[in-house]
Design a protein around this ligand. Structure first.
Ligand code: GLY
Ligand code: MN
Ligand code: MN
Length: 440
C-alpha cells in the first residue's frame, strides 16, 4: 500500500510546529534531467519533497507557513498545470485543481505562477526554512524572490530576517521510520532478497556479469519495483575488489567469486543487499577462510546492534574480528592492538560498516550528536556491511589475491535489538552452496 495522505499531513504538521513562529518552509520537487537529445533519465522525485507530500510529478513546490495569519498553518502546492498537448506527448498531469483534493494541501497554483507569487507569499515571514545548496534552480528562484523583497522597502515589503536550514528538522524526522515506512522498507528488502536468491541460482549457468545483473533487475521488475535504489554492482574475480564497480560486463569464470550489491527502490524507499558467492557453486579453501571471516565480523557486529549502543561500537567490533582473522591467516603480521592502532586492516577493509537507509540509500541523519556518536534508537534502519578486498597486486600470498567479499544486510532497530529485514537471503557457506547445488 502506498503511504496514506494522513501520514504526509502529519509530517507537514510536525514541520509547522517545529519551526519558529512566523516561518515559511520552501521545498522544491526534482526536475527531469536530460540524458541525450530530447530524452530524459527516468524521473525520481526529490526525497525531501516526497517525504512531505508524496506528490509524484516534477517541477512542483511545497510551501508550509505557520504565519500568524494562518492559525493552523497552511500548505501551498505549486505544480504543472493541465495541458492537453503536453499530456499527449509527455503523460498525464494531476494539475492544481485535482491536487488540492488529492494531496490535502490548503492552496494550489500552477507552477507558472510561482515566480510572480513567491515574493508576496514570503513577504512578512520572519524566518525562511530552506535547504540551500540542495537544488541549484531552487536556490536561484528563492534568492531572486528574497532580493526583490529586500529591494522593496518602500512598498513596506519585508524579507525574512533569518534563513534556517530546513534539513535540521527533516533529517531528524527521516531518521526514525514510522510503521508505514517500515512496511515499505520490509517490502523493498523482501523483493531484493528474492532477486539475490534468483541471481545466485542462475550463477552456474550465467556467462557474464551482465547476465546476473539482468536476473536481479528481472526480479525487481516482476515484483513491480521499477528501479534499483542505486547502480547495481556485479563484480566477479578481481572486479569484486572495486567497491562501486558498475561496468558489469566481464566474463564469469569458474574459480572466481562474484560480489553482487543490489537493492530495489519500493515506493521511494531503498534496500541495499550484498552477497558474495562462487561462480562454480563451491568455495575454494582460501575463499572459504576469508568469507567466514567477513561473516564472523558481521555476526559479531550484530551482537552490538541494539538501542543505546552506537554504530561506532559495532564498527570497532567488526574491525577487531577482521584484524584478528587477517593475523591468523598470515595476511597481516604482528600484534592485534598494534595493528588496530596503525589501521593496517584498512588496506583490506577500507569502508565504513554502516549507513542509514531510507528514502536515500545513503540516507540522511547525522552520525554524531554534539560531537558524540549517536545512540541507536528503535525505528532507525541501517546497513551492516563488513568486507575484505585483497587487491590483485597485494603483497600477500598469491592464493588470496583478487578475492573481494562483502556481506550486507538491512537492520531495523527495535525496542530491544533489531530485526534483520534481509535475513532470508542465504549467506552461510553451507546455505549458499546448497542453494547453488539445487539449481544445477
Ligand atoms: N550499495 C552502496 C552501499 O553499499 O553503500
Ligand atoms: Mn550499503
Ligand atoms: Mn550496498
Amino acid at each position: 500500500m502506498p503511504l496514506d495522505n494522513t501520514e504526509f499531513l502529519t509530517r507537514q504538521k510536525h514541520v509547522l510546529q517545529s519551526m519558529q513562529p512566523n516561518s515559511i518552509a520552501i521545498v522544491p520537487a526534482s526536475s527531469l534531467v536530460t540524458r541525450s537529445s530530447d530524452t530524459e533519465y527516468p524521473f525520481r522525485q526529490d526525497s525531501y519533497f516526497h517525504y512531505l507530500c508524496g506528490f509524484p510529478e516534477p517541477d512542483a513546490w511545497l510551501l508550509l507557513t505557520n504565519h500568524q495569519r494562518y492559525s493552523n498553518g497552511m500548505g501551498i502546492l505549486f505544480c504543472l498545470d493541465k495541458d492537453p498537448t503536453m499530456e499527449i506527448w509527455h503523460g498525464r498531469r494531476i494539475g492544481p485543481k485535482q491536487a488540492k483534493g488529492d494531496y490535502g494541501v490548503d492552496l494550489t497554483f500552477a507552477v507558472d505562477e510561482l515566480e510572480q507569487r513567491l515574493e508576496d507569499i514570503i513577504d512578512g515571514h520572519q524566518h525562511l526554512y530552506f535547504a540551500a545548496g540542495h537544488n541549484r534552480h531552487a536556490d536561484e528562484v528563492v534568492s531572486t524572490a528574497l532580493q526583490s523583497l529586500r529591494n522593496a522597502p518602500k512598498q513596506s515589503k519585508q524579507a525574512p530576517a533569518s534563513s534556517i536550514d530546513l534539513r535540521l528538522i527533516l533529517d531528524e524526522m527521516r531518521l526514525i521510520k514510522s510503521a508505514a515506512e517500515i512496511d515499505l522498507m520490509r517490502r523493498a528488502a523482501a523483493i531484493s532478497t528474492q532477486a539475490h536468491i534468483r541471481a545466485t541460482k542462475f550463477a552456474t549457468s550465467a556467462k557474464n556479469e551482465y547476465h546476473l545483473e539482468a536476473e536481479i533487475h528481472h526480479e525487481f521488475a516482476m515484483q513491480g519495483a521499477k528501479y534499483p535504489a542505486y547502480g547495481t554492482i556485479v563484480g566477479a574475480g578481481d572486479n569484486s575488489c572495486i567497491l562501486h564497480y558498475t561496468e558489469n560486463n566481464q566474463e564469469l569464470k569458474d574459480g572466481d567469486l562474484v560480489l553482487i550489491d543490489a537493492g530495489c527502490e519500493w515506493q521511494g524507499y531503498a534496500s541495499d543487499i550484498t552477497r558474495t558467492f562462487p561462480v562454480s557453486g563451491q568455495f575454494s579453501v582460501a575463499q572459504k577462510q576469508l568469507y567466514q571471516l567477513v561473516l564472523d565480523a558481521q555476526l559479531a557486529a550484530f551482537e552490538v546492534i541494539k538501542p543505546n549502543n552506537t554504530i561506532a561500537q559495532a564498527s570497532e567490533t567488526a574491525i577487531a574480528v577482521i584484524t584478528q582473522g587477517l593475523l591468523e591467516l598470515g595476511i597481516l603480521q604482528g600484534e592485534l592492538a598494534d595493528n588496530i592502532e596503525r589501521l593496517t586492516y584498512r588496506e583490506f577493509y577500507m569502508h565504513g560498516l554502516s549507513h542509514w537507509l531510507g528514502l536515500d540509500v545513503h540516507d540522511v541523519g547525522h552520525y554524531k550528536v554534539d560531537g558524540q556518536d549517536r545512540p541507536l534508537l528503535a525505528g532507525m534502519v541501517l546497513t551492516v556491511e563488513p568486507g575484505i578486498y585483497i587487491a590483485p597486486d597485494a603483497d600477500v600470498e598469491s592464493k588470496w589475491r583478487g578475492i573481494g567479499i562483502r556481506i550486507e544486510d538491512n537492520l531495523l532497530i527495535t525496542s530491544n535489538g533489531f530485526e534483520n529485514l534481509t535475513e532470508a537471503a542465504p549467506k552461510t557457506i553451507d546455505a549458499i552452496e546448497a542453494l547453488m547445488k539445487k539449481s544445477h
